[in-house]
Design a protein around this ligand. Sequence first.
Ligand SMILES: [Zn+2]
Ligand SMILES: [Zn+2]
Length: 225
Amino acid sequence: MSWLAEMVALVAPPGCPACRRALARAEERLCATCTRALPWLAPGCPRCALPRHRGTDCPAAAASFSRAWAPLAYQGVARRLVAALKFRAALPVADLMAAQMAANLPAALRGLDVALVPVPPQPARRRSRGFDPAGVLTAALARRLTLPVAPCLVREDRAERQVGASVRTRRAENRILVRVRASPPPRVVLVDDVHTTGATLDACARALVADGVLVVAALSYARTL
Ligand SMILES: [Zn+2]
Ligand SMILES: [Zn+2]
C-alpha cells in the first residue's frame, strides 16, 4: 500500500484493527471474535438505509440521493474499525471495510455504470489528519468494484466563528457547503464511511444534482441507528 500504511505497519505490530489482540494467522485481517461480532444490518429502507422506521417517517424522504445503503450498524466492531481508519490512519482497514461493502452490495447496486464520488472532508479536518478517510475508503471500494473514482466535490464550510456572533449567525456558518469543483460524470454513487443524519450526503447530492448529475445512491460503511 502507500508509504503511510508502511510507516504505520512499522510502528504498530499487526494485530486485530478492532480489538488490537494478536491475530491467529498472518493473512487474517480481523480476529475471529470481532468477525463474529460484526453488526450486520438486515435489508432496510432503500431510501435512508435504516433497518426500519414507521411508514412515512423516512428521514431521507426529501433527500437529493435516490437511495442509500450501508452494510453495518455504526456500533461495536464496525465503529471500532471506523475509528481505526479515522484516528489511527490504519489504511489497510479501508480495504477490509471495502471488502465487506463489496461482498454485501445489494443486487440493485451491482454492475452499475457509475463513478464513485467520495464525500469531501472539511478542509480543517483534512489538514489535521493528513489524509481523508472517505477518500481512502472510496479508492479501496473502486478497486474492488472496478469502478472509476471522481473526486469532484469540495467542502467550503467556514470553520472559523466570529467572537460574539449571534446564535443565528453561527448556525448559518455551520451549514454544510459543498461545491462541484471538477466536471462530474453523468451518474455517480456517493461514498462515505458513516451515514449519520444524511445531511452531508444530501448536501453533496444536492450540489451534484444542481450540476445535472444523476446521483444513483449514497453508500456508507456504517449507519447510525
Ligand atoms: Zn478483534
Ligand atoms: Zn427510510
